[in-house]
Design a protein around this ligand. Structure first.
Ligand code: CA
Length: 221
């Protein structure tokens, strides 16, 4: 297995690389989140530190998950509940707290690899009335019309469609799309929402539930 180790502490990175090499894997080390995003395609699994010099590891994870399902194991000194929950909810396959014994680390890596081999990729199609969303190709269609959505618009529509008929709060949307319910991107949510509505050309398809959030009708005509 080819591992990508994203770790800015040289001593830790070297110890990790030696350990996985001893177990028969190959490892490539990068120290910056930006490099992880550039190099992830070469890896079968990514070991991700959270405290990186250029961006937060959770932001790296969020960006990775927009483009790949490659297993990601977070390896961080942060052991607070919020970080662990956010890491897992943003798509990490495991969350390990440093310091960790190398034998345990290797066993966890093997376990994640096993699970990812077992979950064979299936085409995922989401259908709500005339709206169909292909989660693999990230294409959405309304009736016979293809919707030319931006990444954020697509994620927003998918989130609402997955919960068709129920209200999604602004906090849930911010959390799902930006990885934090309390960041100051509240206004840019409105921008994406306006863009999405314009492209849908169906006023009333996404309903504002005043003071609560948004809802897509389950029975779209
Ligand atoms: Ca670090």
């Amino acid at each position: 297995m080819q591992l990508l180790i994203v770790e800015d502490d040289d001593a830790v990175a070297t110890a990790l690389a030696d350990a996985v090499a001893a177990a028969g894997h190959t490892a490539q080390c990068v120290t910056r989140g930006e490099d992880a995003l550039l190099r992830h395609r070469e890896a079968d699994m990514i070991l991700l530190d959270l405290g990186l010099p250029d961006m937060d590891g959770l932001e790296v994870l969020r960006k990775l998950r927009l483009v790949t399902t490659t297993p990601v194991v977070i390896l961080s000194a942060r052991n607070d509940e919020r970080s662990v929950v956010r890491g897992l909810r943003q798509g990490a396959d495991d969350y390990l707290v440093k310091p960790i014994g190398l034998t345990v680390l290797l066993a966890r890596i093997e376990a994640v690899a096993r699970r990812s081999r077992m979950s064979s990729p299936v085409s995922k199609l989401l259908q709500v009335g005339e709206l169909s969303i292909d989660l693999d190709t990230r294409e959405a269609q309304l009736g016979s019309r293809a919707l030319n959505l931006t990444a954020k618009e697509f994620d927003l529509l998918t989130l609402l469609a997955k919960h068709a008929g129920s209200v999604i709060t602004r906090e849930q949307i911010l959390d799902a799309l930006w990885g934090d319910a309390f960041v100051a991107v509240s206004r840019s949510l409105d921008v994406h929402l306006t863009g999405l509505r314009a492209k849908l050309e169906r006023p009333g398809m996404i309903i504002n539930v005043r003071g609560v959030g948004y809802r897509i009708e389950a029975n779209l005509q």
